[in-house]
Design a protein around this ligand. Sequence first.
Ligand SMILES: [Zn+2]
Length: 417
Amino acid sequence: MALTNFFEIRTKLPGSLARTGVLSTPHGLIHTPAFIVAGTKAAVKALTAAQVSQLGGQAILSNTYHLILQPGTELIQQAGGLAEFMGWHRPTFTDSGGFQIMSLPGVKITPDGATFRSHINGDQLTITPESSMQAQHQIGSDIHMAFDCPIGYGNAATAAKTTRQNAEQTLHLTHTWAERCLIEHERLNGDLPELVQSDVSEGGSPREKRDRPVATGAGDAVRGWTSSCKSCLYGVVQGGEYMDLRQQSATYFANQPFDGYGIGGMYMAEKSQKYLRAVNQILPETKPRHWLGMGAEPIDLFVGIELGIDTFDCVAPTRQARNGALYTHQGRINIQNAKYRTDFTPIDQDCDCYACQNFTKAYLAHLFRAKEILAPVLASIHNERFVVRTVDQIRASIESGTFHQFKTQFLNTYYQA
Ligand SMILES: [Zn+2]
């Protein structure tokens, strides 16, 4: 059964699909719209959990495929689940890894599942909808994604060349796999979660513990006990760049009792606008929508939220940081550019992050040239804070009725319009 009150809408932006709301997860609340920080392999690249928390991150998204390969999902379960394993203790999402698996060379897809070789040691593995759900329950993420089959599998780089017939077949697989995921997820959620040590030491029955309030604020840590809500499952809408298939997929999922929806196979908001709008007009308004693997541009945040997206994930902020590409309110800069060697101003005058409050562009430029480990750390703190804060500001602007003014001002400055 779908959870009640998992998602509560707080404010709607008139004339658009944008809204603000709250997701109540076993590890705390997520105020939406929210940028979900990518922690693909149970680690946010270059950042500690404490740093992610300090920069305002509300939740982390990891990838089931990567965690199955390394360190193994049983080990994460033994550690008390993903949030505890990472020392994060707050909400987590897992993507199924369908996209990564279907992109592997030599992957074999059957109606039962996907067979492939590990990119780490060459072992042959098969993942089915059922085993993906079992893995995500072992990982213990708060929000799971159904195992999906993106259009263009086995050849993701040239998905545009996918035939109509292939697109229809893969979409059918995504839907039948999603139904199997739902059945397995409900079976696995049918039992009480495993007891954690503090439940035992504090006394009382597990059921009493589960009735305690979840949390009081965004991303509040709920360490050592579980809430009355169980983990949730999102169905993943696919359909590639076929409008009728996107609509067919959204209609299919709208009639299935998923707790929310992932939207896969879209990367650039401007190009994807018509699909996002069509899909979100069909999906039930009362359930949350997550844009899986969005693009890297700040404009995508505004466009996605206006078209009804509640949460996003994206690896770009830390990936770009590692290359010295830094967001500023005046647009993206590359700190390795020669002119920054003697620039003693912060990365961004209007940024409140630890890097901007304490260091200059000249120092960052030096760290990158000297290949110091601190370089990607400070750059990642800045980029993640920039994106997380921008989404927080968008949320506040929806609540205060100033979204359109904020969007115009932000984008005009960023893209120097
Ligand atoms: Zn900064």
